[in-house]
Design a protein around this ligand. Sequence first.
Ligand SMILES: *Cc1c(COP(=O)(O)O)cnc(C)c1O
Ligand SMILES: [Zn+2]
Length: 419
Amino acid sequence: MSTITLGATTPADCLRCRNCGATVELGPVHACVECFGPLEVGYDDAALARVTRAQIEAGPDNIWRYAPLLPVGHDPASRVTLDPGLTPLIRADRLAAVLGMRALWVKDDSANPTHSFKDRVVSLAATAAKALGLDRLACASTGNLANSVAAHAARAGMESIVFVPADLETAKIVQTAIYGCTLIAVEGCYDDVNRLTSELCELDEFATTAFVNQNVRPYYAEGSKTLGFEVAEQLGWRLPAQVVVPMASGSQFTKIDKAFTELVAIGLVEDRTVRMCGAQSAGCSPIADAFADGSDVVTPVRPTGIAKSLNIGTPADGPYALDVARRTGGAIASVGDDEIRAGIALLARTTGIFAETAGGVTVAVLQRLLAQGRVDPDAETVIFCTGDGLKTLDAVASTAVPSATIRPSLAAAMDALST
Ligand SMILES: *Cc1c(COP(=O)(O)O)cnc(C)c1O
Ligand SMILES: [Zn+2]
């Protein structure tokens, strides 16, 4: 195993097991040697505590303004990135009125370079890969990760190999292949694809390949913290009362919580427990089901349904996500495909934001949790729109159609408009 220097300025000082707490040196590893538990980046608390709001505000208008709170990318020349982040936080008063809420914002990550939140995690993973001496990017993906890995590799002039389920949306296939990567469509679901890449990852032929959500997963996962950092900064350096986050592996969900916790710990925001709510689709709801059952065990499922970007049947962060939701007084719920389509339309009509199916899941779960009394309609709420509707046009193509199709004459136009 190669060891590395992530740069003298990094506040990261180890990888720590999320199960047993054992620590190892920063390197291209993701599983604990003691218990096989997942590793995450550990920090020197004193180094984090020195970071100031002014220092962050003086940084670039993208995720790298938070570099002092991240493990890699402190020297701009070291970054492998499309410079994602600082996406709009939009006050959604018209959506709030429909839902009977008082203060609602949408964090719109469709505004990232490849139109999903995945650019955040890939920028961290690819930058770590370079620091670790790995020269090729690879991944198993439900779609958006594929888009982002291929684009990052293209920007950096790196080779990339991307594995996806063969039944992915056309837009996500096209938006991956166009960047010139090696794209392998696998006849199986994401979990089959992921098992395949974890086997490849162990082979000597792939010793210098960064599988962004496998051997460099600890760094990848830190990228999701920037969503939490941005929301806090964009609200004027304070935390919302509650958030709703879509879940696939559950990684983003747990890392947004980690970001809020770190900001409190280092004194950049006032202490507040943010109620963390997770959103899944009924076609793939292993974490929501465990939550409903009061169970700590996430039982794998075979995913179905239109929210393909969230279709991970064996979610790696499932148990940690359950823990976060329970510890913060949050909840995890799921909604069916019709509710997802209705959620996409409601968001579009009240905010001007066209979200992919994952966004429909989030809006519909917010409605569900409001109806169940599990989120407070009067408390400040942020929901995360993690991907662009143009990626999943098929989901709504049959209902989003012209009001009329007419001949180009004044009479026909007046006729169409009068009915
Ligand atoms: C990947 C993805 C998520 C969630 O990912 P996690 O695996 O839970 O971190 C959410 N929304 C979209 C659009 C995604 O592509
Ligand atoms: Zn361990």
